[in-house]
Design a protein around this ligand. Sequence first.
Ligand code: 13P
Ligand code: SF4
Length: 309
Amino acid sequence: MKNLKERILKLKKEKNAVILAHYYQESDIQDVSDYVGDSLGLSQEAMQVHADIIVFAGVHFMAETAKILNPSKKVILPDLNAGCSLAESCPANLFQQFTQAHPDHIVITYVNCSAEVKALTDIVVTSSNAVKIVNSIPKDKPIIFAPDKNLGKYVMEQTGREMLLWDGACVVHEAFSFDKLIELYKRNPDAQIIAHPESETHILKTASYIGSTAGMIEYVKTNPGNKFIVATEVGILHKMKLEVPDKILIPAPSNEDNTCACSQCGYMKVNTLQKLYDCLLNETPEIKVPADIMKKAFVPIERMLELSR
Ligand code: 13P
Ligand code: SF4
């Protein structure tokens, strides 16, 4: 393993490549990456890359977003099967029919969607700026929000705005068991529950803090509390443990009877250290986006980046 990590670092230098990774990637991948972050941070970082190659250790829509933001770079993804249940829930042809049925609505999409769906969008959001961006829309303007209905409901509750929601969800955040969470909390009454807004409303109601992955890490760093039950994909614990080694971090339990007693994203986990090495060595699979889609999808992402400043 050590040898493989060293070979990746050497190859990265030789090929003038950078590795950008999401917090849900396995720990070994995070350890060899130049930048580890949430969806907003990764987009901002991708835009500034000067290296020739971006190895995107995350899922397909993230790598696609990096390509749209920095089209002259070669963007490679360790495994093209790294999808996302949210992106899959929203096929572009059906979404187009939906938007055409509501032509007076402004179209806001969560970044977890395909480039084709982004090309049909007015403004893209991430979990760290969705509330702020919806609040910036004039009050009389009706809004379509896709594809995550759970994030959509949370934004509606935070902003007091009605929105027309697409019926998509994250399988990882919908897998949390409310009953097991309450049992766990009863055994740890001194803990605070923190949750990602892709979780369902009944989970979010138990939380002392709700935010993006980067927001959750910042919360455990700055909050004086010593124990946290973390309701998001378990990969985040690697970075959290590095940031707060003396605090107690417990993953929120899933409905499934799995060995980790946590919720894992199967899409994120198809990337492995070996596949990362192979993809860097062979410079494939490469992310390609048709030029017309790239041009259209760039506009709502750029709007998001402007509105996040
Ligand atoms: P953030 O890291 O932007 O909070 O997104 C979480 C997620 O589910 C990414 O797929
Ligand atoms: Fe998609 Fe959920 Fe996995 Fe994130 S955690 S990539 S939203 S399935």
